[in-house]
Design a protein around this ligand. Structure first.
Ligand code: F6P
Length: 548
């Protein structure tokens, strides 16, 4: 039975059609105080959803939908390692990567907690040998720079977290510069390599499948560069200038990593859920293992909250349900993630993969085409910069867009120089002022301005754009871990209600195959006539080397 046939879905549909769809959020505020009823706290995060177009009845009905869809049972299945990724016959156990060492989780033959902590110890060994300067390149020089080669989940998470946690570098260890290269066209490597010394550079080849052509292409170029720059053999370079991170141990052996330089994880870790595993090596190198463990503990705190908190106070459950309400009942199919802290600049891109690769699906777990909308289009940018770019559309365009505002309350306390600290604190205050002002205007429209007088048509703001605001005390490993886990679990809740598998990504596979076919034609110049007329002509232009 489709979720749309349940009494809870029908009740929500009636509730939307006979009232809430036409309600302006400002009129909900006019009815009385909302913050206490429509905000919750957990795992160090505050979620204010009072600016969403919901009443108490809406929330009750959404919770009934969650119960009818079996969200509580699904959470238990996720956490205990049931094979909920049915199309790949696997568990989805990213939560196990955050379990403390004294916990227990046996899944089939595997003592998961023991394996996870052994893998963390392995990571720590390599991080330490870089931090204490022991790791030497093939010519005997200490490593100064590390480049993470990976794409998708093997790039976005490490890049986002290492950027967000700038300032958490451990004291008293050798500083290592960390770089990221993901794009198949080689742009980042072409920019970075001229600034690096091959004798002192180490590459982390991060690929869950060890079959992603984008990462292989970057690794091939790195090998050429290291070979030419050091004059050593490929075998020597592979053994000394590369760490491999993958679930595919045989493929890592075959490629030529030294056994001691291989970091392993398991097929029950989805790529977009993998920053907590050895895929997070670049993070651990940047912030040190103690801080990496703090990141894990923050995510674990959110896991515990998700697992044990009744649905009505459960942050990821409520957050997920609000998304369902906007997407399926208010027809708002666009979600903007707007951090008001420049350190979170890669968060929208990271959440884009997390949500859209997880829930961008149209077939249910029973193989039926869905008769409702699933994942909205997620996009975003650092909020204050977005204000000077695309907020115009949010304020006066024709699209309804739901917004997530994200901000820390405190910033810059660590700056010693008083004058500079105060100046930066003023900047942070300005960012917060803008954050709160924007969510207010998006909700109220012109009513946000007192004594507005006559308003010409071009200065009219309709308002009624729903938003949630997430506040944390400060950006730190724990709060960032909890924030990421909040979105992971929100995605899970939505996947359960939409009855889709949030943990596979078959939609990207066809594109990979067809790209190989196109590359064969580009490389050989043969077979172009077998393609459609557009692709045929485009490739002919490339083969001719010019457009005219
Ligand atoms: O193509 C999609 C994808 O499989 C993502 O799910 C994954 O994060 C990314 O490619 C990279 O995959 P891998 O880590 O196996 O190289």
């Amino acid at each position: 039975m489709s979720i749309t046939q349940t009494s809870a879905w029908q009740a929500l549909k009636d509730h939307a059609e006979h009232g809430m769809r036409d309600v302006h959020i400002k009129s909900l505020f006019a009815e009385g105080a909302r913050f206490n009823d429509f905000s919750r706290e957990g795992a160090g995060l505050l979620l204010d959803f009072s600016k969403q177009r919901v009443s108490k009845e809406t929330v009750e009905l959404l919770l009934a939908l969650a119960r009818e869809a079996g969200v509580e049972q699904a959470i238990a299945q996720l956490m205990r390692g049931d094979r909920i990724n049915t199309t790949e016959d696997r568990s989805a156990l990213h939560t196990a990567l955050r379990l403390p060492a004294d916990d227990e989780l046996q899944v089939g033959d595997q003592n998961v907690v023991a394996d996870v902590h052994a893998a963390l110890a392995d990571m720590e060994r390599l991080v330490k040998s870089l931090h204490n300067g022991e790791w030497k390149g093939v010519t005997g020089k200490q490593i100064t720079d590390v480049v993470n080669l990976g794409v998708g989940g093997s790039d976005l998470g490490p890049l986002m977290v290492s950027t967000a946690l700038e300032g958490f570098e451990p004291a008293g260890v050798k500083h290592i510069n960390i770089h990221f290269a993901s794009t198949i066209d080689g742009t980042q490597l072409a920019d970075i390599l001229p600034t690096l010394n091959p004798e002192t550079t180490l590459f982390v080849y991060s690929s869950k499948s060890f079959g992603t052509i984008d990462t292989k292409a970057n690794a091939d170029t790195a090998l050429v560069w290291l070979g030419e720059g050091t004059g050593k053999t490929e075998k020597e370079i592979k053994a000394q200038h590369f760490i491999g991170v993958s679930t595919q141990t045989a493929k890592m052996d075959e490629w030529g990593f030294a056994p001691a330089h291989q970091l392993k994880f398991w097929d029950w870790v989805g790529g977009r859920y993998s920053l907590w595993s050895a895929i997070g090596f670049a993070i651990a190198l940047k912030i040190g293992m103690d801080n990496f463990r703090r990141l894990l503990s923050g995510a674990h705190a959110m896991d515990e909250h998700f697992r044990h908190t009744p649905l009505e106070n459960n942050l990821p459950v409520l957050f997920g349900l609000l998304g369902i309400w906007n997407t399926d009942f208010l027809d708002i199919r666009s979600l903007a993630v707007l951090p008001y802290d420049g350190r979170l600049r890669y968060l929208p891109g990271y959440f884009q993969q997390l949500e859209m690769e997880s829930n961008g699906k149209s077939v249910t777990n029973d193989g039926k085409i869905v008769d409702y909308s699933t994942c909205p289009v997620l996009w975003g940018e650092v909020g204050p910069n977005g204000q000077h770019a695309f907020y115009q559309l949010l304020h006066q365009g024709t699209q309804s867009v739901a917004c997530d505002f994200i901000a820390p309350i405190n910033r810059y306390d660590e700056i010693e120089d008083e004058g500079l600290r105060e100046s930066f604190k003023t900047q942070h205050r300005l960012a917060l002022a803008n954050c709160f002002a924007q969510s207010r205007v998006l909700m109220l429209g012109n009513d946000a301005i007192r004594d507005q007088g006559e308003t010409p048509y071009y200065k009219r703001y309709a308002g009624n754009q729903p938003s949630s605001t997430i506040l944390v005390d400060r950006i730190a490993p724990e709060t960032l871990g909890a924030l990421i886990a909040l979105y992971e679990h929100k995605v899970f809740v939505q996947g359960i209600i939409w009855n889709i598998n949030s943990f596979d990504q078959w939609g990207v596979e066809l594109g990979k195959k067809i790209a190989l076919e196109a590359d064969g034609i580009l490389a050989s110049g043969k077979g172009v006539d077998s393609l459609d007329d557009s692709s045929n002509h485009l490739i002919q232009k490339v083969l001719a080397g010019q457009t005219a």
